[in-house]
Design a protein around this ligand. Structure first.
Ligand code: HEM
Length: 491
């Protein structure tokens, strides 16, 4: 199914285009050696941004052929047509044109042992019957948790801020990522399963168990950036063979058991939809542990990083907006969705973070048939079965759509003109103007995630006037250490 706006810039008749057809530049090189060369360029010789930037310059095209990591021996076919602009990227959302089967991690799929032997929802194409059933189940869990989101998240961020303050006082700086990991894990468990994980056999290890389990699945896409580790050793260790499941098996089992026990009503519902209880439970662990925990683990540090880079003036303006709205309703200081809706700048800042550094930057889709993809100035012929790959930050920083695309502009999405840009915000694997459904592959957590980011900023600027951070790079995302916090003077 194609939604109306996802046809933007793509000719409705697949083999006709008014634009001149341009041969897709680039080649895959000699088998085995070409993919290894591209992998070294990607991780070590150039780095991912320069890998794409240099090829755009060389081919004078934002669409070209390249091998995407990991390649041999993990992925049998690393060849991909790379899409790096706002016009061609959305073909990846068009389920009539691309197949999403087993592509969640790209050109390879981790062993299904990580998910109880099942292909969980993220790996299913919408044409597979279980996709719609599982997605319906997730959307219903989110809908029934709706009223609990604000109070539960506020409780968790109270703990987060207390821990950050303590660490800043005791150690001079606070590791936001580590504190956020624990907070996100506790929040997800309490929201989805009504359980405090520290009162179960998971104890306080949940975020570490999941971090390892995620790392074992995504290692082939990472570079650790350890200066003393020679590149060829890291490449051999991370990018040449798939990681086995057994080292993380017992931790996973603890989490699975707790989720199983806590999810009787959800599992009953799944059974009614025709999904086996254990399959549904492995899916729940994946949604909570990979999709949600993994997403928040990356996104919140990015949010705090970009807001910190916005500087003190932005902090003061956000604090003023947030406090004026929260304190305007007499006698009622409880935060509501309608209050959050009024926070125009806060909303714009969240979209700007999701635009400038989308937390999940890679998207894949395999052409279901021969296609013509329309770019800004030319069209490209793609054959059935070819792999399409989009590196999202280039699409959401396309200079043909966004003014000063590399700049963090907090006000970018304000007003009517700002609203018109929302359809180019793609972090959820669809346009921000679309909604997740059983027939698309858009993240069902889309609205929850945007809400949580607004709540994080609201909580932050009700407590603090401004703050400073130290920023570093991580294999996935950024590391953020909070070095100072100025308590609110006008709360
Ligand atoms: C910061 C948090 C999150 C981020 C960054 C994120 C991002 C994404 C992205 C990019 C995809 C598409 C992947 C692809 O197929 O290429 C996706 C899919 C998915 N996400 Fe999220 N997500 C987040 C939170 C959540 C939450 C809270 C849920 C809870 C329901 C969730 C559940 C899923 C599921 C089930 C899919 C697969 C959808 C399908 O197969 O149709 N995610 N997410």
């Amino acid at each position: 199914m194609t939604s109306p706006s996802s046809t933007h810039n793509i000719d409705p008749s697949p083999l006709l285009s008014k634009l001149p057809i341009q041969k897709i530049p680039g080649d895959y090189g000699i088998p085995f050696f070409g993919p290894i060369k591209d992998r070294y360029d990607y991780f070590y010789n150039q780095g991912e941004y320069e890998f794409f930037r240099s090829r755009i310059a060389e081919y004078k095209s934002t669409v070209f052929r390249a091998n995407m990591p990991p390649g041999p021996f993990i992925a049998s076919n690393p060849n991909a047509i790379v899409l790096l602009d706002a016009a061609t990227f959305p073909v990846l959302f068009d389920m009539d044109k691309v197949e999403k089967k087993n592509l969640f991690d790209g050109t390879y799929m981790p062993s299904t042992s990580f998910t109880g032997g099942y292909r969980v929802c993220s790996f299913l194409d919408p044409s597979e019957p279980n996709h719609g059933k599982l997605k319906r189940l997730f959307l219903s869990i989110l809908a029934s948790a709706h009223d609990k989101i604000i109070p539960k998240f506020q409780n968790e961020i109270n703990i987060l801020f207390t821990n950050i303050e303590e660490e800043v006082t005791n150690k001079g700086k606070a590791d936001f990522n580590a504190i956020n990991d624990n907070m996100s894990f506790d929040f997800v468990f309490k929201l989805f399963f009504n359980k405090n994980p520290s009162e179960t056999k998971i104890g306080t290890n949940g975020s570490k168990i999941l971090t390892q389990w995620i790392f074992f699945q995504l290692a082939p896409l990472m570079s650790l950036g350890i200066p003393k580790l020679p590149n060829f050793i890291e490449d051999l260790l991370l990018h040449t063979f798939k990681f086995p499941f057994f080292p993380v098996k017992s931790g996973y089992k603890n989490i699975y058991d707790v989720v199983y026990e806590a999810s009787t009503p959800i599992l009953d519902k799944a059974e009614k939809l025709g999904i086996k209880r254990d399959e549904a439970c492995h899916n729940l662990v994946f949604v909570a542990g990979f999709n949600t925990f993994g997403g928040l683990k990356t996104l919140f540090p990015l949010l705090i990083k970009w807001v910190s880079l916005g500087g003190e003036t932005l902090h003061k303006t956000l604090a003023k907006e947030i406090r004026s709205i929260v304190h305007s309703e007499e006698g009622n200081q409880e935060l509501t969705i309608s209050m959050l809706e009024k926070m125009a700048l806060t909303k714009s800042v969240v979209y700007e973070v999701l635009r400038i550094e989308p937390p999940v930057p890679y998207q894949y889709g395999k052409a279901k048939k021969d296609l013509i993809i329309n770019g800004h100035d030319a069209a490209f012929e793609v054959k059935k079965g070819e792999m399409l790959f989009g590196f999202q930050p280039f699409a959401t920083k396309d200079p043909k759509v966004f003014e000063n695309p590399e700049e963090f502009i907090p006000e970018r999405f304000l007003g009517d003109s700002g609203e018109k840009l929302l359809k180019y915000v793609l972090w959820s694997n669809e346009r921000e103007t679309e909604e997740p459904s059983e027939i698309n592959k858009q993240c069902p957590g889309k609205n929850l995630v945007v809400l949580l980011c607004r709540l994080m900023l609201t909580g932050f600027f009700l407590r603090y006037d401004t703050f400073t951070v130290e920023i570093g790079k991580l294999p996935l995302g950024s590391s953020v250490k909070i070095t100072s916090l100025t308590k609110a003077t006008n709360n």
